[in-house]
Design a protein around this ligand. Structure first.
Ligand SMILES: [Cu+2]
Length: 619
């Protein structure tokens, strides 16, 4: 223990001056780092590592695609890499790392070459041509990151210089090693084009969709990923088709491995800037699935490509998944086991859901909506509900939803959090067991039958998975409530609050809505009974904070479920009714037993007055 403290204290052992190299040769090309190979050379229990920071040319899209010149790490004598070379050792390993700043004109600050856990984010400042050697013990097992910034960087502040690509994973394995896993590092490069538009590359292991790696598995495999957010933006990471277990969360300097009791079961886990997670999942259905950030701006071609498609481009409406998505998307391909056949569907319940457009009402450029057919006749073709009709379904009851597209453009619907067959998952040109016969988008005037089997009761979401920024912020989202067999939905005690955006081309903050409104009339609730509060965020970006207040103080409620999965009894605890944030693609259920009185359910961005206040009168 003393040794660890001692080596943390000797961050900069020495520095040596060297003339910066100037050259007129083309810059070396960046290699995308798949994080399968650890950097450095191991001598007994000591890892020797030689890192260099120099300018390089990075092509995060196609090999012949758009490029940017960036400062990048390499191991001495090897090509530059984005993300930075993987540092991965067993706990107890002594790391002797030399870092050289080969930039001609900039000082760099290197962060994270320290023993974990560490209390402070010390940096190693290197002027052009300088190098320094640090020596430290790896420390506690976990998933961390290290990086360098050009100039100083204050991690306590939101910093928008996104030109550097100097972040990489730092993994410390337990004494006997870890079971097989994959490491995925998120990096963002971005710079403004003008006062509104930005040019961005959003990458996982150095590549944007569709140029990044497909992860493959077979039904029944345990799949383990370590995800490192080396960018200075938050990313709610969503898995299609399956829940995953979050087994650890970390930062650059410390990591908390959860005991089995404390693990979260989720379909979406928000990752703040410079944080890490370890997760696992066991896919039990074959098909093509996705693991992606749920922020619209991070996955659409018009915002997440270096070479943005020209205005009016058809890309965002394409049936080609390589065109209609971009950025932080990973393809997760699950092969069927030998002899696999789709399960037979017995007498499914059938519902008709219309995708249609009405008259513009508010800031959104268009009013799009999902409208459920109630009764024998279809809804009026220009009627719109924002959010879309609440779909109340029953657990274990096979349900076919006939989606009828009455728009003049294509549609595709994702059933978010629902454990369904891949064909119905809603990613045009991708969903399905066989990539050659993937489900396509729903053409204007056409329909598609989504097959849901509904193994779980809870709160879920349905939303467009195409032309996301425009269609989602124009109203193509809604909530799904799956009830236990025999249960009926009672609006007197069951309350769904769906957060969404009203257009995207508005000043900051965007116009945020709850249940299609920002100033709803008061709600009257009955005292002395249990009310279920279901919170949903399906905006284009940004977390929603929620609080349920009486006299400005949060009341107490019981946590029941997250993303539609019931919490185990020991996690379903009473807690103050304030959620720091509900991120995009998350749902939360709470039980509240109010006394008579006046209450406020509020939502707003931190430090701002709430954009939504729902008065609740309990009698
Ligand atoms: Cu994101």
């Amino acid at each position: 223990m003393n040794l660890r403290i001692a080596v943390v204290g000797t961050l900069a052992l020495y520095t040596t001056g060297a003339a910066p190299r100037t050259s007129h040769l083309p810059l070396p090309g960046v290699h995308a780092n798949d994080n399968r190979t650890a950097a450095g050379t191991l001598h007994g229990d000591t890892l020797e590592l030689h890192l260099v920071v120099a300018m390089a040319t990075w092509r995060p899209e196609a090999d012949t695609g758009a490029s940017v010149d960036v400062a990048a790490f390499s191991e001495a004598g090897k090509p530059p890499m984005i993300p930075a070379p993987l540092i991965r050792v067993r706990t107890g390993t002594v790391i002797v790392a030399t870092v050289r700043n080969a930039l001609a004109d900039s000082t760099i600050a290197v962060h994270g070459l320290v023993s974990r856990p560490a209390a402070r984010n010390d940096s190693l400042l290197l002027r052009p041509g300088d190098s320094a050697t640090v020596r430290f013990i790896a420390g506690e097992p976990g998933t961390y990151l290290y990086n360098a910034t050009v100039g100083r960087h204050d991690y306590t502040k939101f910093n928008l210089n996104e030109r550097e690509q100097l972040g990489g994973a730092f993994v410390v394995d337990p004494p006997n090693g870890s079971p097989p896993d994959r490491v995925m590092v998120i990096n963002i490069w971005s710079e403004p084009i003008d006062s509104i538009a930005r040019r961005s590359a959003l990458t996982i292991n150095g590549r944007s969709w569709p140029y990044d790696e497909r992860i493959t598995a077979t039904v029944g495999d345990t799949v383990r990923w370590r995800v490192v957010n080396a960018s200075n933006r938050g990313h709610p990471m969503h898995l299609h088709g399956f829940y995953y277990q979050v087994t650890a969360r970390g930062t650059m300097l410390r990591d908390a491995t959860f005991s089995p009791r404390d693990r979260r079961t989720v379909v979406t886990e928000p990752m703040l800037p410079f944080t890490t997670m370890a997760m696992n999942t066991v896919p039990n259905r074959p098909g093509n699935w996705l693991f992606h950030c749920h922020i619209g701006f991070h996955v659409v071609p018009e915002a997440a490509r270096l070479a943005a498609p020209p205005p009016g481009s058809h890309d965002r409406m394409s049936d080609d998944p390589r065109l209609h998505m971009a950025g932080l998307v990973v393809g997760f391909m699950v092969r069927p086991p030998p002899g696999w056949r789709p399960a037979a569907r017995l007498q499914p319940r059938r519902m008709h859901l219309f995708v249609q457009e009405g008259n513009r009402r508010r800031r959104a450029p268009r009013a799009l909506g999902f409208v459920l057919q109630r009764g024998a006749t279809p809804p009026a073709s220009d009627s719109v509900e924002i959010p879309g009709s609440l779909l109340v379904l029953t657990r274990s009851q096979p349900t076919d939803i006939v989606v009828v597209n009455r728009l003049h453009e294509t549609a595709a619907i994702h059933w978010h959090g629902i454990e369904l067959e891949s064909w119905s998952d809603g990613v045009a040109g991708w969903s399905g067991v066989d990539a050659a016969h993937a489900a396509l988008s729903i053409q204007p005037g056409d329909s598609f039958v989504a097959h849901l089997t509904l193994p779980r009761a809870g709160t879920f979401i349905y939303h467009t998975h195409m032309n996301d920024l425009e269609q989602l912020s124009s109203g193509l989202y809604g909530a799904i409530v799956v009830l236990e067999p025999g249960q009926r939905f009672d609006p007197a005690t069951d309350h769904v609050f769906v957060g969404g955006w009203d257009g995207i081309n508005t000043a900051i903050p965007p116009h945020l809505l709850i249940n299609g409104d920002s100033l709803p009339p008061p709600m009257q609730l009955r005292a002395g009974t249990a009310h279920r509060i279901r919170l949903v965020n399906i905006g284009a970006a940004r977390p929603f904070p929620f609080s349920l207040l009486r006299d400005s103080m949060p009341v107490t409620w019981r946590a029941l479920a997250k993303d539609g999965a019931d919490l185990p009894a020991y996690q379903a605890t009473m807690r103050p009714a304030t959620m720091q944030f509900v991120d995009v693609g998350e749902t939360y259920d709470f039980e509240w037993r109010p006394e008579p009185g006046d209450y406020l359910l509020t939502a707003g961005l931190p430090g701002q007055k709430p954009f939504y206040v729902q008065k609740i009168v309990v009698r």
